[in-house]
Structures are given as C-alpha cells and as structure tokens.
Design a protein around this ligand. Structure first.
Ligand code: KG4
Ligand code: ZN
Length: 337
C-alpha cells in the first residue's frame, strides 16, 4: 500500500511517499525556520501563508523523487490535530481536495501519534530495529513532553506530562536567554559540545510519585546563571542545562518502564534528535536491560513520512476514513487511566 503523507501543523511544509508504513520513497521537508528565526519563534499567520505557497511544489517534488504518479497512490494521510489551526487547515484542505479528485481515502492523523510512528519507519541507514509494543514512550517536542504506556496500535495510556514548559520549549527559551538563536535545541546542543556538563548543578524537578515533568524552575536558574559579572563560559551553561534536562527525562522514562514491567523504551519528537539524550538514554537502558528505540535524526522533527506511516497503521487497524473530519488546534492523544 502506497500512502501519500502531508504535514503542515507548524513551520515545516512536508510531503512524503511511504510503502506499507515502512519504506520511504520520498520525504520532502521545506522548512520556514530561517524566516521565523528573525522573530525568535513561529509567527502563525506567516506559517499559513508559506504553506500555501510551498504545498504544490513540495507535493510535486515528493511524487517525482518517489518516481510515482498520483494514480499510484492508494491513500492520503494528513495531520489534522493538534497544531496551529491556520497552518493545519492548509494541509487538510489540500488533502480533502486530493481525496475527492483521486477518489482515494483521506486519513486524518494525530501529530503526536505520528511522532511515535516515526519509530516504525525503516531508518535510512537500515541498521536499527523497528519498534514494537508494549512500550513506554517519551514524546519530547516543542509543544509536548508526554510519557505514554503504549499497549498496541492506537491503545495508549498517558502516564504524565509537563506541568509547565515542554522540553523543546525549555531548549528554545534558554537558547534565547543565552543568545544562541532559534530553534534553540540544535543551537544549545552545538554550544554544549565543548562545555563541561558538571560546571553548574542546575535543579532537577523529579516530582516524586508522579510521571510528570517541570522545566520552568530550570529556566529561571539559567536566567540567574546569566546575571552578574564573571559569567561562566556559555558552553558550560549550555552543557549543564542540557545535562539537567536529559537527566530528568531519562530517569523518569526508565522508572516508568520498570514500574510497568515493559521491556521497550521509545523516544519521539524534535528533542529526541538530541545526541546527549540518545547517549544517556542508551547507557541507562542498557544498564536496566531495556531495548531503546529512536527515529533517525531527520525523522525526529516534523516530517510527512511519519504521517504516512501513522495513516497506514490507522487503515490496517480498521479506523475509518471519511472526508468530513474536523481540523483541531488541540486534542490530547490519550487520557490518564
Ligand atoms: O517535533 P518538533 O519538530 O515540532 C513540534 O511538534 O513541536 O520539535 C521541535 C522542537 C524544538 O523545540 C527544537 O528546539 C527541538 O525540537 N529540537 C531539539 C533538537 N532538535 C530539535 N532539542 C534538543 N536537541 C536537538 N538536537
Ligand atoms: Zn512535531
């Protein structure tokens, strides 16, 4: 089955062609990041306008690179929730039009669920194994820090989430405080490369007895660390901040896996591209006898391949596709049990 995926929930216009929810024939991502960078964050109206301009060229490129024609496509999958409403509507309107013209099913996909499904795509290096259930999954993106118990396709329990800032948001805000620019995650990772992660002991909110997270106290501490004279090098502040985030994320994820008795841990979302997070998670999972899965770096941040993959699994599991679905700015993926 060949699924055409569409993603426009934030500042990436993306289209992809994926076979059987696994093999990427193409995955085109047109990023608007540089344009939003001068405002220090995503400007929603600007994002919608750029999606309108980029969509058709990105669609054409995705088909051409996959060596496919529209007639080869079996279904269309599109992000319809959560995200910036105007941006989402550009993608869902296009998907519905395509579905009508091609007489093919259109599958509305939850963006966070698609981030999880990036773990089911064959990575370009083909070396890592594909994820499976049951598992504990940590979704760390610009808007979410959610810990889930994944029991099977579409069967998830929310264990906990952040009480304030998302992990990616903490990277972005602290990068701005450090004068490192936008998006903050990759900038902090780069700045941290030569730094000492033990230079400053930033607070770690462990919130015992819960699977919740909190990063606002850490952000305030970074602000204080940047005040006064004789500041430590930015590399040390960046490395120490990154270490604090990674420490809490990895400890709490592994504790949840142990508590539930599952043997697999999945990472997903933009922050799972972070090298130090992958490294520390790997060390701690190895020690705890847990199998760790994370997507290829290019598939951690927003992309349409993960949307196509999710759409494939929705169809495999009998979720119906109709053209009258809604587009929503927010909707939780799963509830607490
Ligand atoms: O999943 P994503 O592309 O978009 C959302 O759905 O939010 O995640 C974007 C977030 C941003 O906050 C960005 O700073 C962060 O992921 N990010 C990283 C890295 N690459 C992207 N954070 C830490 N280290 C990275 N290498
Ligand atoms: Zn995302």
């Amino acid at each position: 089955m060949i699924v055409f995926g569409i993603e426009t929930s934030c500042d990436e216009t993306s289209a992809a062609v994926v076979v059987d929810g696994r093999t990427l024939l193409s995955n085109i991502v047109a990023s608007q990041m540089e344009e939003h960078a001068r405002y220090g964050g995503v400007v929603p109206e600007l994002a919608s306008r750029r999606h309108v301009e980029q969509l058709i060229p990105v669609f054409r490129q995705a088909l051409a690179e996959a060596n496919c024609a529209w007639t080869d496509i079996d279904a269309i999958a599109v992000t319809n929730r959560p995200g910036l409403l105007g941006a989402l509507l550009v993608g869902t309107s296009a998907a519905k039009a395509l579905g009508m013209a091609l007489k093919k099913p259109v599958i509305p996909v939850h963006h966070i669920e698609a981030h999880l499904y990036a773990n089911w795509l064959t990575p370009p290096d083909n070396e890592r194994a594909i994820a499976d259930y049951p598992a504990v999954a940590l979704v760390v993106s610009g808007g979410h820090t959610d810990l889930f118990h994944l029991r099977g396709h579409g069967d998830y329990v929310l264990l906990g989430r952040t009480r304030d800032d998302a992990a990616g948001e903490a990277f972005d805000k602290c990068a701005r405080l450090m004068g490192l620019g936008y998006p903050g995650g990759p900038a902090v990772q780069k700045a941290a490369e030569g730094g000492n992660p033990k230079a400053i002991t930033f607070p770690r909110a462990t919130l015992p007895g819960t699977h919740e997270f909190s990063f606002s106290g850490l952000k305030t501490s970074v602000r204080y660390a940047l005040q006064g004279e004789n500041l430590p090098p930015i590399a040390d502040i960046a490395a120490s901040f990154q270490e604090a985030v990674v420490d809490v994320l990895s400890k709490k994820t592994i504790a949840a896996a142990n508590e539930l008795g599952v043997e697999r841990v999945l990472l997903a979302g933009g922050v799972s591209a972070n090298t130090r997070l992958r490294e520390v998670m790997q060390q701690r999972c190895d020690k705890a006898g847990l199998a760790l899965f994370y997507p290829a770096v290019a598939l951690c941040t927003d992309n349409a391949a993960m949307i196509a993959c999710a759409g494939y699994w929705y169809l495999q599991n009998g979720r119906t596709a109709t053209l009258d679905f809604e587009t929503r700015a927010s909707e939780p993926l799963a509830g607490v049990q």
